[in-house]
Design a protein around this ligand. Sequence first.
Ligand SMILES: C[S@@+](CC[C@H](N)C(=O)[O-])C[C@H]1O[C@@H](n2cnc3c(N)ncnc32)[C@H](O)[C@@H]1O
Length: 216
Amino acid sequence: MTESAPGGRPGDAVLDEVFGDRRDRAERYVELLAEEGITWGLIGPREADRLWQRHVLNSAAVESLIGEGCSVLDVGSGAGLPGIPLALARPDLQITLLEPLQRRVEFLELAVGTLQLDDQVRVHRGRAEDYPAEGGEPADVVTNRAVAPLPRLLNWCWPLVAPGGEVLAIKGAGAAAEVTKATKALRSMKLAAEVLVARAHPQAESTTVVRVRRSS
Ligand SMILES: C[S@@+](CC[C@H](N)C(=O)[O-])C[C@H]1O[C@@H](n2cnc3c(N)ncnc32)[C@H](O)[C@@H]1O
């Protein structure tokens, strides 16, 4: 992808296709990541030049794997990744951002308010394993990025998936090896995992996603 501007911003045509009339809000989100995100210690300073590609488009790519009108729970959302780019790209989704750390929750609340996503995105402070006891509702899709290795992740996340739903875990290049390593854990939970490649746009870099469903 061509990197032309601060944060590796792609061209207007790419942003229009991914975010439609919410392009301005996606730009504002990148500003928040580059300013408060870095000064509050949520994003490393070296990420400033690759916010679009490595974080925002990498996260938005999962939208192509999610059905119309689904509820989404983003576990360990951090600075809102992938939940906020997903919300910006897909106004039809209802999204909850679950995050235990207070400073991150404050950033998420700032972002949701600034981006006028209050009707679509809810922020819940807490840990995945405590969420059901705190009255959290299961979701059609549970997303996460860089939160934990698969067996631990699934122990936390599978109880949060509604019947017929799935987990979408954004992983790096080692995704296939991680799935192989988790074979025993998957089998004992009666789950099946597949490695998928998604892109927010044909010109964007690919995102590797592990999709986990109930095995048939
Ligand atoms: C490496 S960060 C990734 C943040 C974000 N998903 C991203 O891709 O930039 C991991 C996040 O998981 C959160 N986390 C850790 N343990 C958790 C738990 N038990 N339940 C929910 N979130 C958790 C951390 O607070 C942190 O924000």
